[in-house]
Design a protein around this ligand. Sequence first.
Ligand SMILES: NC(=O)C1=CN([C@@H]2O[C@H](COP(=O)(O)OP(=O)(O)OC[C@H]3O[C@@H](n4cnc5c(N)ncnc54)[C@H](O)[C@@H]3O)[C@@H](O)[C@H]2O)C=CC1
Ligand SMILES: CC(C)=CCC[C@@H](C)[C@H]1CC[C@H]2C3=C(CC[C@]12C)[C@@]1(C)CCC(=O)C[C@@H]1CC3
Length: 345
Amino acid sequence: MATRIRPSSKRCAVIGGSGFLGRYLVEQLLDRGYSVSVFDIRQGYELPGVTFHLGDLCDKQALLAALQGVSLVFHCASPAPSCDDRALFHRVNVDGTRNVLQTCQEAGVQKVILTSSASVVYEGTDIKDGKEDLPYAKKPIDYYTETKIQQEKLVLEACDTQKGFLTVAIRPHGIFGPRDPQLVPILVDTAKRGKMKFIIGDGTNLVDFTFVENVAHGHILAAESLRPESPICGKAYHITNDEPVRFWDFMSQILVGLDYDPPKYRLPYRLVHVLAMLLWLLVLFLRPVLQLRPTFTPMRVALAGTHHYYSCTRAKEDLGYRPLVSLKDAITRTVNSYSHLRRVA
Ligand SMILES: NC(=O)C1=CN([C@@H]2O[C@H](COP(=O)(O)OP(=O)(O)OC[C@H]3O[C@@H](n4cnc5c(N)ncnc54)[C@H](O)[C@@H]3O)[C@@H](O)[C@H]2O)C=CC1
Ligand SMILES: CC(C)=CCC[C@@H](C)[C@H]1CC[C@H]2C3=C(CC[C@]12C)[C@@]1(C)CCC(=O)C[C@@H]1CC3
């Protein structure tokens, strides 16, 4: 039998550490003196002081080897929301997370910090200043969210202060920043295809967009506050920029910053939503013969036309959380980092 290395409180692992958020988490952990192992299906970068373990989080043996001597695990791996593969989401986010929890317990890990999502309570209708005690969505907006709900429940239910196995879930919303492979690239691509001309709804709906460094900071505060006697055990925490912004103002600021025209024509929300539903039904009907990926899905229209912003009071009170970077500075830094996507005259 292999000998178990004694866990050290400054040795941690980041599952999904090659990803967008994971890398920021790794960088902040290194700055705070942790030694970091990354477990991921791919190696996204090289960084002095980081050991990479390549493997699938569903593979117990691979994960067990990577968790030797680790006392703290951050789990921020997930298939991308856009992949739309129900079986994959279930395998990784639900079965895989069950494996992560069991393997952590076997390896002697004491703390698990899950990256959940604020969208676990979102059903496509307005949420204003939503608190963590809102019920989970009965009709989640997509397969990704459906499995993020199951994942969060598994992680929070596994918290056992008697056994010294402590868990907490961080629920970020609309993460953005330099190196993000999703939000700005999708937006610029949509603008280049001439599809960013319209504002869905009256343009006043407020949304949280959260700078990635603030999200990473929230995770580390949670890890450092997690002790058997602390009130945070087994709880979920919203981490936002605490500055809800009009969805369409945020999109326009990024677009204008990169020299694209902002959207200016208004379309009624209900009309666009119904059209997106009809288009979606058509896509489903044609799926056996034709694979279409429309820009306007009902889910995207809902995200673009409803309020969805969340209170982070609980994180402020229990974790001492405050955003490190304001929304204004975050947008400037993000725009400056995407100079390669700037419009060419
Ligand atoms: N980006 C956003 O706006 C939000 C993200 N989240 C959550 O934050 C977390 C991180 O998201 P991002 O950094 O944006 O995503 P990302 O796609 O950049 O990073 C995810 C990482 O997980 C890895 N991964 C995927 N399947 C794996 C598997 N089977 N085994 C091991 N590694 C695997 C990927 O290779 C990738 O490096 C995810 O859990 C996501 O659900 C939550 C709310 C908003
Ligand atoms: C706050 C939050 C949950 C953000 C998530 C990020 C993405 C879901 C958005 C990033 C770019 C957005 C976008 C649209 C929908 C939502 C995003 C994909 C549209 C497709 C909405 C309809 C349009 O007019 C075009 C938009 C392009 C950008």
